[in-house]
Ligand binder design. Structure first.
Ligand code: MN
Length: 151
């Protein structure tokens, strides 16, 4: 599938905003079972949290390379997503809910629950080389990046 990184349904305030998700730089090669299974379910869950008066900070991407399409497009071995859930009007603190998932880009997982792939932000930092939440103090990063969501 041409999987969206930013979902089309997350950008519906204008035609321009929605069209901006239909560009090839927002497309990633995902198996249909990932894209239409746990990935889609997590996106839907995210929108439900946004509707319930939360602001969401979302990072997403892939890592690894399991194949190349037409010798140019890398097919990641895994896709990951980090969602910071901040009740509207609140500040990020050590109790802030952090959802991080790392899902293999494989077949046969359509019926799997995204919750089965929860991990820590720190683990995704190690896999990708990124430093997430880098604007927060180090001790706050240590708290938020080492807990696993359990809701
Ligand atoms: Mn960090």
């Amino acid at each position: 599938d041409r999987g969206h990184l930013v979902p089309s349904a997350d950008r519906t305030t204008s035609i321009k905003a929605n069209s901006s998700t239909f560009v090839m730089t927002n497309m990633t090669p995902q198996t249909p079972e990932l894209n239409q299974g746990p990935w889609e379910k997590l996106e839907t869950y995210s929108r439900s949290m946004a509707r319930r008066n939360n602001d969401l900070y979302i990072y997403t991407g892939g890592y690894g390379q399991k194949a190349k399409l037409r010798n140019t497009i890398s097919v990641p071995t895994n896709f990951w997503k980090i969602i910071i859930v901040v009740p509207r009007g609140s500040q990020i603190n050590s109790q802030t809910r952090v959802i991080a998932v790392d899902i293999p880009n494989i077949y046969g997982i359509k019926e799997k629950n995204w919750r089965d792939y929860r991990t820590t932000v720190r683990n995704i930092e190690q896999k990708t080389g990124y430093d997430f939440l880098s604007a927060l103090p180090k001790d706050m990063q240590n708290v938020l990046e080492t807990k696993i969501d359990s809701r």
